[in-house]
Design a protein around this ligand. Sequence first.
Ligand SMILES: [Zn+2]
Length: 123
Amino acid sequence: MKCKLCRALENEKDKYLYEDDLCVILPTKNMKGHNKRIMIVSKDHNLQQSFVTRILESRFINFCIDYFDEEPTFALCESTYATIPDHWHKIACDWKGEEDIQQLHFTPHRAIKTNVNWRPNNG
Ligand SMILES: [Zn+2]
């Protein structure tokens, strides 16, 4: 059975940044003031936390390290405020967009460096 998101994904194939058998990576509909805000979505429904989701997560992180390469770090968010119940997914964004960054502080997330040598204020 295809849900609303399955159908939405089919209509947004031209926006895909990445696709394989398990997942799709594409910009989020709502950018919330960010320059870059993307998500990875599993193609399957009800993919529980598992070995597969670990693989998808590391695939997404590797993708993001290139995608956010002009930023020192990006935020990898848990789907606490998610509106997509059936599909495993994660969102990554830059640190632009005042209002959403306020909300980010209340959302479980990790800041991931795009360059391992970067330090704050090391200008
Ligand atoms: Zn679906």
